[in-house]
Structures are given as structure tokens and as C-alpha cells.
Ligand binder design. Structure first.
Ligand code: SF4
Ligand code: SF4
Length: 354
């Protein structure tokens, strides 16, 4: 389906309409960026560019995706990060306060946040200078419709843009996801529509209580020529200190240590090596003892639940936080937020962090 070209509602000094997606690995922001790029190029005849910045393929690391649209007669010859987006999608509320997430956002920007909270709460939490803020409870819809977070966010971003045609977005999902995963198509389309319809939007004028955050480029101060011998691992990705993060998609495995027989099936089945085993003792004999999941990299696929022979792992719902937090193995390590910026693509090692 080709739609007639819709004049871009706003452009910057270079003639571009710019979108930035802020996310963490596993929530599908990279694919969302590609879909928005294709939507502009194939269905609306814009010139478009899309690229992403992310670290390892591990769940839980920061991801940024950038999309630029230009009218058909205008070329795009830059590939620098989007510094002042017209539209921004924040795939998880836990990104609040992270460096650069709100860079360039003001009352002219349409902001979409995946959260169960209200726009007023999120504006306070993010200390957002100004913007037209849409809150969508993506986690809940994902679970109810058995779909993926990026479908909900794409629906909400389409609505917040005010000009992207929803029917073209549906069509591109049919063409791409529908071909690859036909069994998932209906649930994805339901998620897309609910994302489009169920957001709560409120406009906030610029307010100096929360100052404008300009885009700044962090520069590395340690490099190949001056890093300490042996390299630097500032924060390893999957360690005992990273107990809680937001990289799952609605479900979490709940670990019941008293039922565990240390068979290791969960470790074998888990695609992200989430279970942590240490040398210890079980029933009076030396054994590798299962400490439970390191939630930092759990994607909530629940394969571990399926394979556990003793029901020592059961399924929980992520947003019922009070329940699943009891299953974090070391209660002292529960934190409200992880410092995502210290990990992955957008982290930069400097002397201070080292
Ligand atoms: S749900 Fe289980 S198998 Fe899936 S990533 Fe999490 S710990 Fe691993
Ligand atoms: S599969 Fe179940 S019983 Fe086996 S180690 Fe994992 S949690 Fe324990």
C-alpha cells in the first residue's frame, strides 16, 4: 500500500523531521526504528534514514534508535545522533533521569513513555522541561495481548506523531512480522491498535523548575593509548550486584529455592545464562548451588519454568512488583533503578568511572 505523501508537520533547520527512541535491549526499539524508517520510505515516499546505537546483544543494555524523514525532494546526508527530536519514545520509565534521555525535549516535542503512571507523575519523575506527554501502559497490554512491547510503542508513537497513518503501520506489520511470524500477527496487531488508542496525553509548557537538557556528547578519556594494562571492566553485565532491571517483557520467573534439586536444567534452557550457580553444599554433599535468577538479563521467556522438574520456578507478572521482588535472592541488593548508562552502548569509560 502506498499512501499519498503527507507534508511533514514540522521540520528543523535542515528540513528534517526527527525521531529518537530511548530503550534498553530486549524491548524492540531497534526493530521499531527500522519499521518507522520503512514506513516513511516505502509508504509515504519520504527520504528516510534510520540507525541505532547499542552494545552487546545482551538484554538490559541501553539502546538508542534514530529516524529522520525528509520530503521527497530533500536528501539526507547526515548520520549523526538526533539531538532535538520532534518525537521521542521512551520504552521504559526506569530510564528516567538517565543522561541524555530527555536531551533536546521541550514543549514542541511529542514524548511517549511506557508506564502505568500518569503524565503528571512521569513529568515530575523525568523532570521534563516541557512536552506533549503520552503515557501508555505497555507492560500490561503486552501481557494481556501476548504481544511485544515494540508493537504497543509503535501504535502510541504513530498516534503521538499526529500524521503517520495508522493503516500504513498496520500494513507494514502484516508485511514484515506477519510474514516472518504469522502465528504472532493477530496479537501484534491487537497490541498495535491498543497502543494507538489507549494512551493518556497531556501537554506541558516549558517550565524552568525542570531546566531544558541540551544534547551533549560525552567524550572518552581512557582509550587504547592510555587505558590501564589489562583493560577496564567498569561494570560487568551479569554479576551478583545487578539484581533488578527492566529488561523483561511482562513476565518474570519466580525462584523457590526450597524446591530446587540443583539439576541445572534451568541453566541449560535459559538463553541468557540468567541463573547463578556457586560452589556449595546440598544435602550434605558438595554441589553447585542455584542462587536463582539474575534479573538483569532475564527476558521473561519462561523456558526455565517449562523445564524445571520440581516446580522450583514459577511464572510471575512483572508489574506485580511486590511479589517478584521477594524472589530476588539478596534482598539487600534490591534497587529502584539501575544505572543503565554505566552499561552497554552509551556508556563511556572515563577516569571518574574507573
Ligand atoms: S525467563 Fe527463565 S529462561 Fe527465560 S531468560 Fe528469564 S531466567 Fe532465562
Ligand atoms: S531446573 Fe529447577 S530444580 Fe533444576 S536447578 Fe533449576 S530451579 Fe533447581
Amino acid at each position: 500500500m502506498q499512501h499519498e505523501t503527507i507534508p511533514l508537520p514540522k521540520t528543523n533547520a535542515y528540513g528534517f523531521y526527527e525521531i529518537r527512541l530511548e530503550s534498553i535491549g530486549g524491548l524492540g526499539a531497534n526493530l521499531s526504528g527500522k519499521i518507522l524508517g520503512e514506513l516513511g520510505a516505502l509508504y509515504l515516499r519520504y527520504n528516510t534514514a534510520n540507525f541505532a546505537s547499542y552494545g552487546s546483544e545482551k538484554r538490559g543494555t541501553p539502546v538508542k534508535s534514530y529516524i529522520r524523514y525528509a520530503e521527497p525532494d530533500k536528501e539526507i546526508r547526515i548520520s549523526s545522533p538526533v539531538e532535538k527530536p520532534h518525537l521521542i519514545g521512551i520504552f521504559h520509565e526506569r530510564l528516567a533521569g538517565k543522561t541524555g534521555v530527555l536531551a533536546g525535549v521541550d514543549e514542541e516535542t511529542a514524548v511517549v513513555v511506557n508506564t502505568a503512571k500518569s503524565p503528571d507523575e512521569i513529568r515530575r519523575e523525568f523532570q521534563m522541561h516541557g512536552g506533549v506527554l503520552t503515557c501508555i501502559d505497555g507492560m500490561k497490554i503486552t501481557v494481556e495481548e501476548k504481544t511485544r512491547m515494540n508493537m504497543i510503542m509503535l501504535g502510541a508513537l504513530c498516534k503521538a506523531s499526529g500524521f503517520l497513518p495508522f493503516e500504513c503501520l498496520e500494513e507494514i506489520i502484516r508485511e514484515t512480522i506477519g510474514r516472518k511470524y504469522p502465528a504472532m500477527l493477530d496479537s501484534n496487531l491487537r497490541g498495535l491498535r491498543r497502543g494507538f488508542e489507549e494512551g493518556t496525553t497531556k501537554a506541558f509548557p516549558n517550565d524552568e523548575t525542570y531546566p531544558y537538557v541540551p544534547f551533549t556528547e560525552e567524550r572518552r578519556s581512557l582509550g587504547w593509548d592510555n587505558a590501564p594494562l589489562g583493560g577496564v571492566v567498569v561494570t560487568a553485565g551479569s554479576t551478583v550486584s545487578n539484581d533488578v532491571s527492566a529488561s523483561r517483557e511482562g513476565y518474570v520467573p519466580l525462584f523457590h529455592q526450597e524446591k530446587c534439586i540443583q539439576c541445572g536444567m534451568c541453566d541449560t534452557a535459559c538463553p541468557d545464562m540468567v541463573y547463578q550457580f556457586v560452589k556449595g553444599e546440598w544435602k550434605g554433599k558438595p554441589a553447585m548451588v542455584n542462587l536463582g535468577p539474575d534479573y538483569h538479563h532475564c527476558k521473561g521467556c519462561l523456558r526455565c519454568v517449562e523445564v524445571c522438574p520440581t516446580a522450583a520456578i514459577t511464572a510471575g507478572i512483572e508489574y506485580e512488583q511486590d511479589i517478584w521482588k521477594q524472589h530476588v535472592r539478596n534482598q539487600d541488593l534490591i534497587v529502584e533503578r539501575l544505572e543503565f548508562e554505566d552499561l552497554g552502548a552509551n556508556s563511556i569509560v572515563n577516569e571518574e568511572k574507573y
